[in-house]
Design a protein around this ligand. Structure first.
Ligand SMILES: Nc1nc2c(ncn2[C@@H]2O[C@H](COP(=O)(O)OP(=O)(O)OP(=O)(O)O)[C@@H](O)[C@H]2O)c(=O)[nH]1
Ligand SMILES: [Mg+2]
Length: 200
């Protein structure tokens, strides 16, 4: 079982020249702004403030690279900037698109992208678009249903089925419910990361 012993931010990028230069294996987190990407990173690394978390959407606007376990079987987790929050200019939306597409289509060490969706809601049109894009490039990894503490056990099953149907996930594709608040789902996410990182 993967254990995260050590983690640190190693790059903050908006363009490829700012990416780490080597092709170390990477897994990335994508999803709507405010869905809980940075919180998930903090949860699995056991670090409260590794990635900045905020109540106001649009906190992470750069591609942030985190080096994990640098002394033993190192890999990177990449926290991607969120999409879908209101009040952004057309220019920022365009820049976001270029930044994401460039990263997702050129990154040699990138194994899979974990798509995060809020367990309470049906995935948005942008979530669907994002997941389709990932599938097209064979980058679709497990889907993470965040904020699982906000629903009952029964509701959880129902919502997961809605997520599966709306994203048109493959039968064998996995959804992992996670709560950063209750600290649940960590082992499942670590196991999924281990699997993704070790793939050829
Ligand atoms: N109840 C609950 N709240 C959560 C959970 N995960 C995140 N949040 C809250 O949701 C808000 C946004 O979390 P972030 O981790 O900053 O979200 P993000 O996806 O990184 O957002 P951007 O950086 O804007 O893309 C914060 O107020 C978090 O405390 C969770 O599992 N349960
Ligand atoms: Mg963030």
């Amino acid at each position: 079982m993967l254990k995260i012993m050590q983690s640190e931010i190693v790059a903050t990028a908006v363009r490829p020249q700012q990416y780490p230069e080597d092709n170390l294996a990477e897994a990335a987190f994508a999803g709507r702004s405010n869905v809980g990407k940075s919180s998930l990173l903090n949860l699995i690394t056991g670090r409260k403030n590794l990635a900045r978390v905020s109540g106001s959407p649009g906190k992470t606007q750069t591609i942030n690279f985190y080096l994990v376990n640098k002394d033993h079987d190192p890999f990177r987790i990449v926290d991607l900037p969120g999409y879908g929050y209101a009040k952004v200019s057309k220019k920022i939306t365009q820049d976001w698109g270029v930044m994401m597409e460039t990263f997702l289509t050129t990154r040699k060490g990138l194994k899979k992208v974990f798509q995060l969706v809020d367990i309470r809601h049906k995935p948005t049109a942008q979530d669907v678009q994002m997941y389709e894009f990932l599938k097209y490039y064979n980058l679709d990894g497990p889907v993470i249903a965040t904020k699982a503490d906000k629903v009952s056990k029964r509701e959880m099953q129902k919502q997961m089925q809605i997520i599966r149907n709306t994203l048109e996930m493959d039968k064998d594709a996995v959804i992992i419910p996670v709560s950063a608040l209750k600290k649940t789902g960590v082992d499942e996410v670590l196991e999924a990361i281990e699997q993704v990182i070790s793939q050829g």
